[in-house]
Design a binder for this molecule. Structure first.
Ligand code: FAD
Ligand code: MLT
Ligand code: ZN
Length: 475
């Protein structure tokens, strides 16, 4: 057993605990999963990199049940892991050892939508795509979007402070979440479910739960501000032969497209190669330049948007910032272009073991690190770079044909990548979080006094450390 939580001691589940959970869940047997085979997928993460050994999964239907479960676990010193869609990429959503899995999947009601303010209120287990589908006929859209939208949940998105491809346009969840309800470790229900855009009444407590990866409380409800859904969308795939052109292109996109710019995503040639290996897509251009930008505009006036985009395209071609390009105005061709970007993660998974690094870096180091890693690893691995270059967020991905994760490979990459990032004042987690993967590396991006204050908060909000032990903070 991996039971090496040195500081905190937990009890083993017994029959009396099971009876108590049954009674909390109104004796609905299907809300408790105990069968080993049925637990396999919940005990393993999306990448199949992290494995837990949980013997019990609970599926509460409402906040009261979450509160009773937590109160009981706190008294009995039973640890648990809140789990949403289990698409997290840092090992935060699966048990470290035999923690109880608290699945939020049945708390999936959309409660209210205000067509004037655009504020939507729903339960935390709502799947991102479900909310998008609900808002579409109302003329609204979700202010963030991720490749995992078909299974990730709002509670998981908020707990990881997920970024994704619309952050450039609509900003982060720290601004778009107006309120939430969270259950604390001792069962207290904290109602922070404001729907107000402005509310300066002391400490903004909801922010503590945005990005705390289930270590401070379980999010049960959320209120989000949603923007009107743009009616005119254009998608372009542009090719560049140098990273310096990519940087100039970004400046021009921001200044010439302004408020209609809705995505500016980066992929290197290695990403295109691997997507072509695993997806039914065609080589996009006759040549194979080094870098690709997926640029999207979204607005409300087709003529105006297209004029603006055409002026921008003419300018960048004149200046030689792009060596080839294609523009899609209909949704079928747009979605084909998006596939080049959105299937990178899935395609990487088909290559073998993938070592993922999600970094914020100054733009001058953004691609330099990919090249440094290629030199460092030589023929031992395939190194690719992609990401949200408009937000200076690089996804450095290193894959090996061997399906098994190897300690030798990790030692070649870490702490080198973290030291490089820290030296350039970047962040070792731009948007995926810390989870289990980076908890011992937190110091590369946080000062010791910040880590002290984080520990103080954790100790006072969850003194028995029942919530997601061994994640985020090194104790
Ligand atoms: P889970 O994976 O289930 O959980 C993630 C963390 O949140 C865990 O620590 C868990 O304990 C906690 N948690 C979950 N629900 C709750 C709750 N209700 N209360 C308290 N804690 C909770 N991330 C990005 O930022 N940008 C991207 O563009 C992006 N794209 C992705 C594409 C793919 C194909 C995949 C597989 C992942 C991607 N991710 C991305 C990573 C991931 O962070 C997101 O998928 C998502 O935010 C996780 O949501 P989830 O419901 O799956 O959460
Ligand atoms: C993305 O931007 O595609 C995601 O963050 C997923 C990943 O990094 O693989
Ligand atoms: Zn991303």
């Amino acid at each position: 057993s991996k039971r090496c939580y040195t500081t905190f001691k937990y009890n083993k589940l017994n029959d009396k605990d099971i009876e108590e959970f049954k009674s909390i869940l109104n004796n609905e047997e299907t809300l408790l999963i105990r069968d080993k085979d049925d637990l396999v997928s919940f005990n393993s993460d999306w990448m199949k990199k992290y494995k837990g050994n949980s013997q019990l999964l609970l599926k509460p239907r409402n906040t009261e049940q979450v509160s009773s479960i937590l109160r009981y676990c706190n008294e009995r010193k039973l640890a648990l892991v809140p789990q949403g869609g289990n698409t997290g990429l840092v090992g935060g959503s699966v048990p470290y050892d035999d923690e109880i899995i608290l699945s939020m999947s049945l708390m999936n009601k959309i409660n209210d939508f205000d067509p004037v303010t655009g504020v939507v209120t729903c339960e935390a287990g709502v799947i991102l795509q479900q909310l998008e589908d609900y808002l579409e006929p109302l003329g609204y859209t979700v202010p963030f979007d991720l490749g995992a939208k078909g299974s990730c949940q709002l509670g998981g998105n908020i707990s990881t402070n997920a970024g994704g491809i619309r952050l450039l346009r609509y900003g982060s969840l720290h601004g778009n979440v107006l309120g939430l309800e969270a259950v604390l470790a001792n069962g207290t229900v904290l109602n922070l479910n404001s729907t107000l855009r402005k509310d300066n009444t002391g400490y903004d407590l909801k922010q503590l739960f945005i990005g705390s990866e289930g270590t401070l409380g379980v999010i049960t409800k959320v209120s989000l501000i949603t923007p009107p859904k743009p009616t005119s969308v254009n998608v372009a795939l542009l090719a560049c032969d140098s990273f310096s052109s990519v940087k100039k292109l970004l400046i021009q996109a921001k200044t010439k497209l302004g408020d209609i710019l809705s995505a500016f995503e980066f992929m290197d040639r290695g990403c295109i190669d691997l997507v072509l290996r695993h997806q039914p897509l065609q080589e996009p251009f006759s040549e194979k330049p080094k870098f690709y930008i997926l640029l999207e505009t979204s607005g409300f006036n087709e003529t105006h948007d297209q004029e603006k985009l055409n002026e921008f395209l003419e300018y960048i071609m004149e200046q030689g910032l792009t060596v080839d390009g294609t523009v899609a105005t209909d949704s079928k061709n747009q979605s084909t272009i998006w596939k080049f970007r959105e299937t990178i993660t899935e395609s990487l998974g088909k290559e073998g073991a993938v070592y993922k690094y999600d970094l914020s870096l100054p733009i001058d180091q953004f691609y330099e690190l990919v090249e440094v890693m290629r030199l460092r690893l030589g023929s031992k691995a395939n190194v690719v770079g992609f990401g949200h270059v408009g937000d200076a967020n690089l996804h450095l991905n290193i894959s090996t044909p061997n399906q098994k994760y190897s300690k030798e490979m990790i030692n070649l990459i870490e702490p080198f990548v973290y030291e490089y990032t820290s030296k350039h004042n970047g962040s070792i987690s731009a948007e995926h979080g810390i989870g289990l993967m980076k908890k011992d590396h937190l110091h590369y991006s946080k000062t010791s006094s910040s880590i002290q204050l984080m520990k103080l908060l954790k100790n006072s909000m969850d003194p028995n450390h029942i919530l997601n032990p061994n994640k985020v903070l090194p104790f």
